[in-house]
Design a protein around this ligand. Sequence first.
Ligand code: CAA
Length: 351
Amino acid sequence: MDRTGEFPRENVAKLGEMGLLGMVIGEEYGGAEFGAVALAVAIEEVSYACSSTGLIMSVNNSLMGLPIYLYGNDHLKDTYLRRLITGEIIGAFALTEPGAGSDAVSIATTAVRDGDEYVLNGTKRFISNAEVAQVFLVFAVTDKEKRAKVITAFIVDRDTPGFEVGKHEEMMGVRATGTCELSFEDCRVPVEHVLGDVDQGFILGMKLLDNSRIGIGAQSVGIAQHALDLAVQYSKERKQFGKPICEFEMVQDMLATCAAKVAAARHLVLHAAYLKDEGTKKITREAAMAKYYASEIANDVTHACLQIHGGYGYSKEYDIERLYRDAKVLEIYEGTTQIQKIVIARSLLEE
Ligand code: CAA
């Protein structure tokens, strides 16, 4: 899938069968209601094998199923929730635009009310799952005069006239996530497809990212753990200067440092998830710390473990090369490392 960029439909169907797509959704809609810790553990395990499938799963759970479950009206819940949980349909989260990434509040997509509908115009970019998604959580500016921060969240069905999924993004890593552009041209969305309250979409988006950033932390831990396991194995098999390279202390130093980093990241991720399950009202700082630290160490660890593999690690024959590429985006999507640090610092300073 990394080579072809093909969306892993079979994996997604299996996730649905196993109940891994509705992990934080109530049983009344067919969800497993397992909670945030279980979701983090599952995302880590799935990402260990396939980072793309891990991301698809995280987005579907935390940035589509959960938002409809928490903020959707009965119509939205009845139309989409069960199908999202079984994997019959997939969801996508459409915030980022060509001119608005880190500065999410400056999005330019507009939504103007006309009778019982909103008319959406604009473009989104780098939208994971978009290639196959049936339902999109779309953020648009609803008060052009005030612009900044007056944003509303909409649930947009793929079949809505005026909505189009555009160019597939050719990316360095997580290449099977069906990441595409979206365009809205006089796209009419019924009022009942507003998610949450009108004009309150930015805060809603930020709250959702608090949950889903734990998932990216878990994805990071899965990738890093896989890299470490490969490096341990390889260092025992590879012989240089007459002995396995694991007997050299410089290699041992790298393995030990990686192991401590992976364990520390896992603790941060599970702690943030635990606080969520425990009912802690605001987990913004803990989620940002988990995402920041885990994504950074995933890059450190895949870098060191590729180095242990030497020339073979640089070859596409070995999985470590893919893990190294997959790790980079962890520091970018769902808020860059620099944005996580801003979030952490602001939360410290406002105490
Ligand atoms: N919970 C609740 N409310 C929050 C909040 C949170 N976590 N974060 C911010 N808010 C509220 C603030 O309290 C504020 O409310 P008031 O207006 O009532 O005071 C309002 O939201 C605006 O907040 P800020 O003033 O802090 O806004 P800002 O413009 O300074 O931006 C930011 C804050 C943290 C930088 C934010 O823009 C951000 O997180 N940017 C990164 C965007 C991002 O993560 N994009 C990811 C794209 S999705 C993706 O990648 C998914 C995928 O497919 C992989």
